[in-house]
Write a protein that binds this ligand. Structure first.
Ligand SMILES: Cc1cc2nc3c(=O)[nH]c(=O)nc-3n(C[C@H](O)[C@H](O)[C@H](O)COP(=O)(O)OP(=O)(O)OC[C@H]3O[C@@H](n4cnc5c(N)ncnc54)[C@H](O)[C@@H]3O)c2cc1C
Length: 420
């Protein structure tokens, strides 16, 4: 029989904050969060959240606050640099009918602020600037120690510390290490003032021979746009032999050449896109560079008193837009299994894993498949791809396939409805 009165959460990202709220409110567990950074993170561009994640944010009571900040972006327009409009689709129309939620694009900082507001509202303690150095697990408790000499003890430890998780590295699964996906993204948030109306309300995607250019409104007023180039990028050479140094040099280079790269790539752009892309380049100031790492599937997720949630356990490529939603689903399911008072902790964690594995594997593979579409290609292959897409989107529209929910069933999955 498991009685969890106190939990330590490492990491104040979406997984850690959602788990803290859910366990505090639904399980009456005394929760403390420890975060590595000196203050709430404000890095990153914007992220997309699909109906399965938005539904859970709604259950956390946060949807209205998010709606006041983020953009609901239902329609995606696909364009060709050479051939004009390829087609459009509503990427979550069917899921929206079933769940009541569409697709939201929101600045990452805004999502975290809304989560933090709720955490403060519940008076859940969050300690910043805490570097975890050791974990000791005993028969009835687990103790964590930080580099400043402080420590804490609880019934369970929840590792929500992202893809480079210390909880995983120090304790749960040191053998599982992040691997590079071969894809990197560079992007910026810019003002939409003076740009065409469609950029303020809808998503616009341009496949190119080098990768994909995408533009998403990311504020409720439509005045902020996140645009990025996502493309195949080889692991950089590093003179020191250290891959991290190589990425740092590559990051610097990307800052210098991003604008000229886009200008060169988009020279053949037709019609209004030529002017739009030039305007985006001109108003781009701070550029973020994100080589995409993931964790290999199949790593260990828990020990007798410690469990990994979110990217710490199963970081996937962002190309299915599901990383945050997976973290939220994890938090909700953990709360449910810990509520089963007749279950031992071991049984609760085992059931958690049995339910999460197939779901994570499915979306991990989908993200990897979508990521492959960002690989460099020849002009001829791009032309064929654009025409296939044109035919597909046309058929989709003519036959009304949107109403069939093709490719959207994973968006209506409800973790609270899954049988334990
Ligand atoms: C370029 C890019 C684009 C993305 N786009 C999307 C998208 O559109 N939609 C989507 O759903 N997902 C997207 N993702 C994925 C998404 O960001 C993650 O899946 C999500 O943030 C996972 O949440 P998390 O809380 O598990 O981890 P994180 O968000 O990484 O949070 C981990 C937290 O733990 C802290 N931490 C790290 N180490 C320690 C430590 N040792 N001790 C204490 N604290 C620690 C970190 O500072 C951080 O605050 C994207 C990711 C990238 C890289």
């Amino acid at each position: 029989m498991s009685t969890v009165n106190k939990a330590i959460i490492i990491g104040a990202g979406p997984a850690g904050l959602a788990a803290a709220l859910q366990l505090h409110r639904k399980n009456n567990i005394d929760v403390t969060v420890y975060e590595l950074r000196p203050r709430p993170s404000n890095i990153g561009g914007s992220i997309g959240i699909f109906p399965n994640g938005l539904r859970l944010l709604h259950r956390l009571g946060l949807y209205d606050a998010l709606l006041a900040r983020g953009a609901i972006v239902d329609t995606f327009h696909i364009h060709s640099l050479h051939q004009g409009n390829i087609g459009s689709m509503d990427i979550s129309a069917w899921a929206k009918k079933k769940s009541g939620f569409g697709f939201m694009r929101i600045i990452r900082r805004d999502l975290l602020e809304v989560l933090f507001d709720a955490i403060h509202g519940e008076e859940i303690p969050v300690h910043f600037d805490k570097r975890l150095v050791s974990i000791e697990e005993g028969a009835s408790s687990v103790t964590v120690t930080f580099s400043d000499g402080s420590n804490d003890t609880a019934d369970i430890l929840i590792g929500c510390d992202g893809i480079h998780s210390s909880v995983r590295r120090l304790h749960v699964d040191p053998a599982t290490k992040p691997e590079y996906s071969g894809i990197a993204g560079s992007g910026a948030i810019v003002s939409t003032v003076g740009l065409p109306e469609m950029l303020r309300k809808e998503a616009n995607i341009i496949p190119t021979t080098a990768g994909v250019i995408a533009m998403f409104p990311c504020s409720a007023a439509g005045d902020q746009l996140y645009w990025f180039l996502s493309r195949e990028t080889p692991i950089p050479y590093s003179e020191s032999g250290n891959e991290r140094d190589g990425w740092e040099v590559r990051r610097q280079q990307e800052m210098e050449v991003f604008k000229s790269t886009i200008r060169e790539m988009t020279k053949p752009a037709q019609g209004e896109w030529r002017g739009v892309l030039a305007a985006l380049v001109d108003r781009t100031d701070v550029i973020g560079f994100y080589p995409v790492f993931r964790l290999p599937l199949g790593g260990k997720w828990y020990t007798s008193r410690t469990i990994l949630l979110g990217d710490a356990g199963h970081a996937m490529q962002p190309h299915a837009g599901q990383g945050t939603s997976m973290a939220l689903e994890d938090a909700f399911l953990l709360s449910r299994v810990l509520k089963e008072k007749d279950w031992s902790l071991e049984h609760a964690f085992a059931r958690y894993e049995a339910i999460r594995r197939p779901r994570i594997n499915e979306l991990y593979q989908l993200a990897a498949k979508n990521g492959r579409r960002r690989k460099a290609t020849g002009s001829w292959a791009l032309w064929v791809g654009e025409n296939v897409m044109w035919a597909r989107l046309g058929l989709y529209r003519i036959l009304g396939l949107e109403s069939w929910g093709l490719g959207q069933t994973h968006l209506v999955y409800d973790i609270d409805e899954v049988e334990l």
